[in-house]
Each structure stands twice: as C-alpha cells, then as structure tokens.
Design a protein around this ligand. Sequence first.
Ligand SMILES: Nc1ncnc2c1ncn2[C@@H]1O[C@H](COP(=O)(O)OP(=O)(O)OP(=O)(O)O)[C@@H](O)[C@H]1O
Ligand SMILES: [Mg+2]
Length: 592
Amino acid sequence: MRISIHWKLTAVFFGVFAVVLIVIYAYLQPHLKEHVVRQYESTLRKEISLNRDLLEATIGSRLTGAQADLLADTIGKDLQVRTTIIATDGAVVGDSELDTAQLAKAENHLERPEVQSALKTGFGRSERYSRTLKKQMLYMALPLAAESGSSRWIVRVAVPVADIASVEVNVQKIIVAAVMIALAASILLSVLISFFISKPLSEMAAVARQMARGDFSRRAYARTSDEIGDLAAALSYMADEIKATVGKVTGEQAKLEAVLSSMADGVMVTDEKGRIVLINPSLRRMLLVDEAPEGKTPIEVIRNAAVQEIVSRTLGGSGGTAAGEIQIVQPHERSLKVNGVSVTRAGKVRGTVLVFHDITELKRLERVRRDFVANVSHELRTPIANIRGYAETLMSGALEDKEHAKDFLSVIYQESGRLARLIEDILDLSKIESGAMTLACSAIPVDAPLRRACVIVENQARQKSIVLRTEIPEGLPQVKADEMRLSQVFVNLLDNAIKFTPEGGTVTVSAVHDGAFIRIDVIDTGIGIPEKDLPRVFERFYRVDKAHARDLGGTGLGLSIVKHIVTIHGGDIRVSSMPGRGSTFSFTIPLA
Ligand SMILES: Nc1ncnc2c1ncn2[C@@H]1O[C@H](COP(=O)(O)OP(=O)(O)OP(=O)(O)O)[C@@H](O)[C@H]1O
Ligand SMILES: [Mg+2]
C-alpha cells in the first residue's frame, strides 16, 4: 500500500504528541490521587491550624457538649466538610451532621484508627467505609491542645472519597482535551507540511513522470531556498539537458533514417552476436524481406550462407572487413556485391555493417562490352580474310586468268563494301551510345524520309519480286524528326523485311495518328521471328539465324541502331511476329 509522505509526517507528529501525552499521563496518574488527597489534607490541616489559637482559646477545658456541637457545626460549614469533635476518651461531643439526639447515640470513637494515631503522633488519617453516611470516606484527625498542655479534644474532618475522585476525573478530562488539541495541532501541522514539503515533492514527481513520457514543457518551480528548492532547480536543469540531448539524438536519428531510407544500396546492421538490428528499405526490397527481421540472424532472414559467412568473418577476432558477391533469384536474378565492416567501440567489436550494392547492370555492361569487342573483331576478320585471300590468289597468278580475275575482283569489291558498311554501323552506334549523335530535327511529313528509303530498297525488292506498299493517309500531321536519321530507320526496317521475306511476298508500310505520336508499322509476310528471340533482336550483333543472316550480308547491328535513333527522337519501338507468317515492327515518332 502506498502512503504519501504527507500522511507519514502527520502520523509521525501525531505519534510524537500521543507518546508525550501518554508518558505524562502514565507518570501523573499514580501520583494524581495521592496528590489530590495530600492537597486536601494539607488544606484542611492548614485551615484547622489557622484557627488553632482561636479554637483553643474558645474550647479550653470549659467546652460543654452543646458548645462542642455548635463549634463542629461552624467548622463544618466553614470548611464544607463533615467535622466531628471527639473527647480524648472517645466520646463524640460534636458533629456537624448529627443533631443532639443522634449525638447521644453515637458510638465511642476511641478505637477509630485516625483517632488513635492523632493521639499518638499528633495527626491521624484513615480511609474507610462509613456506616453512618454509607459512603467511602477519608478521615483526618488533629488533637487540640488544652490549657494544661495535654489535649482533651480531637477535631476530625471527613471527606467523601467520591469528591476526591471527581477532582481526578476533572484532571483526566483536561488531559483528554490536551490530546484533542494535540490532534488538531498535528492535523494543522500536516497541512502546513503538505504545503511546504509534500506538495512541491508531488509536483516534482508529476513533472518527472511527464518528462519520462517525453514532454519537457512543464517545470517544477523552486519556491524555497532549501533542499527542496535545490531539487526543483536540479530537476529543471536535468529537463533542459535531457531535452537538448533528446533533440540532438532525434535529429541525428532522423538524418540517419533519411540517409538509410533514401539510399539505393542495401544496408544491414547487426549486433556483436550477429543478430540483425536494422535493415533499410532498399535491402528489404532487394531481398524481399517482409517480416520483422530484428533479433534474427541473417541466414534465418535471407537464407544466404555467403552473407552469414561475411557477418561471421567481420565479427571474428578483433573485427575487420569482409566482402563477397551473392546471386539472388527472387524477385529477379541479380548480383549483389556485399561489403562488411565491423563496428568497434573502446577496442571491442560491437556489431557489423553490411552494404549491398547491386552490380547486375555493371556486370551486364561488362559482358556486353566483352561481347562487343569479340563480335566486332570477328565480324571484321571475315571480310578482311576474304579480301586478303582473293588478293593473294590474284597476285599469285590468277590475274592472268581474265575470267576468274573478274569474279575475284568483284568478291573483293563486295567484301570491302561490307567492311565499309560494318565500320559505318559501328561508328554510328558508338556515336549514338556516347551521346555524340545530334539530331537536326524539323517538322517534316512522314512520307518524305519514307520515299527516300523506298528508292534505296526498290531494286532489292524487285529482284525478289516483293511488292512494296505504302499506306500513308492524306492530311497526316507532321512529325518532329531528323529526316536523314528517320530515313536510316526506314532503310534498315525495309531492308530486314525484304531480306527475311521469301520471293513473291509483300512488305507494307502504314502510318496512323496515335495521340501525340505518329505510329508507323512495317509489316512483312516473311519467315517471322521465334518468340524466344523477340526480346533480343534489338541487341547489337544479335541474329536469329547467324549463318543465314551472315549469308544475307547482315551483322546484326541494324535494329540496335534503329532502336537508338527512335529512342533519341522520343519514340518507342516494338515487334510482334508469327514464325512462318511474318513480322510487324511498329515505332512511334512525336508530332511536330
Ligand atoms: N523482318 C524480319 N523478319 C524476320 N527476322 C527479322 C526481321 N528483322 C530482323 N530480323 C531478325 O533480327 C536479326 C537482327 O536484325 P538486324 O537488322 O539488327 O541485323 P541484320 O539485318 O541481320 O544485319 P544488319 O542490319 O546489320 O545488316 C536479324 O538477323 C534477323 O534474324
Ligand atoms: Mg538489318
């Protein structure tokens, strides 16, 4: 049970008062009655003694029975107590409460203890039950000296014990009243204490609780210049310090979070036992982590032994770095480079930070570059070998054989033409890819470059009896394009369409207005492209049937140049095909 300091202090005060009063009462109680009785006795004794001279002068030996009774009555009335005058032989000669007749019947009082001791010691005292008055009484007796020097009379006073008890009760009442006053005083004190001590303390407790909840706006004000005031000031100082520190930490955390969540690279942080503390959003996406990974080991979360191995290596010994490469297949195939470094503080390894960098594109580019070099050298080697071979043959005598020499020369001519085209294509591609190709765009009608291209391929089509059709509607809006480059696109697409369409087929070029673009379709009735090759036909040097295409003089660069030209114009190109039925290449060019 919680008891507030206010009530504790009240209890202490009340307790102290109570203990003091109990001690006082316990000490007073046994002495009280005695004190009252003694007070009574001494008062009576003094009263009687005071009148001693008068009494002795009056009484003497001449005192008669009637006078004695009168005297007893007077004293009794004066002192407000029963007064008896007894002769030394025990005869009762006067009594303030008995009349003459009763007096005559009164017992001899010589044997009464108070009378006995009064006669012997000069003062007698006895407490007992009075059959005459039917009350517990206190008797006190004092001898009066007679003229002769020996006493003839004894004055006895009797007080009901109840009178003394009532005095005692009164004193007790005073003590109870004092206790009540003490209680009231302790309550009053506790209110004051509450105001000066417990109220500021509970206010400080409330402020501290608010601080714990992160609210530093409330302050405990120091009203006093004592320890409580110091405590309030210290609390306020602490609040300011914590607020500043929390602000700084929160700011740093926000910065760190912003960096971590906007990073393209994945980041994983583990503690010194290798359990995950943090995974940033990029890494979650990369590794498809959707459950809460905190507190688990990397192998449990991403099921990759290589990552676990890197973590173990960086945490081992006195820490260090470790790197590796991992392959992931979900959500799609990717290569990640993982760099791990241990975090050490005060010479101890506290954890590790792993950075995952996606190197898929880098690897692809590297592969493309390698393939390109290999392809280019291969493609160049064939025509050069042919040219050299035929030239050597001519030099070693074939020149004399006019018939063959002509054939050889025409092969040399064709091969050098192919070499020139190849070099031109490679230069074009590298120009486009390095961003060096600039377009001379203007508003032109689509049929201008198309007509130019048709002139170039017309002969080729006629030789294969292929019908070349153009379907350009009247009033088609103009496009924003470089006429020379656009005609290069048409030449390449028409060249392919004618090349890969058997004799007697048809090649159609149509154009339609499609939103902000003109869409152009080049449709042939040729051999078509298998579905698996469709996504790759725009790659450099890619040919569906290498041998067949090379026989037709192709190097596989045409479509990649076409795609680049269309893309830098702001358009898009796609292909659909049915093997054995034909292919359709569709591209868009923005309107002028
Ligand atoms: N209309 C088409 N019908 C069938 N296959 C096609 C068609 N157009 C292109 N292809 C396929 O796509 C490949 C790539 O075409 P691309 O134009 O890039 O190269 P190429 O025509 O072989 O050589 P280049 O154009 O450099 O002379 C071709 O080798 C061919 O296999
Ligand atoms: Mg081509």
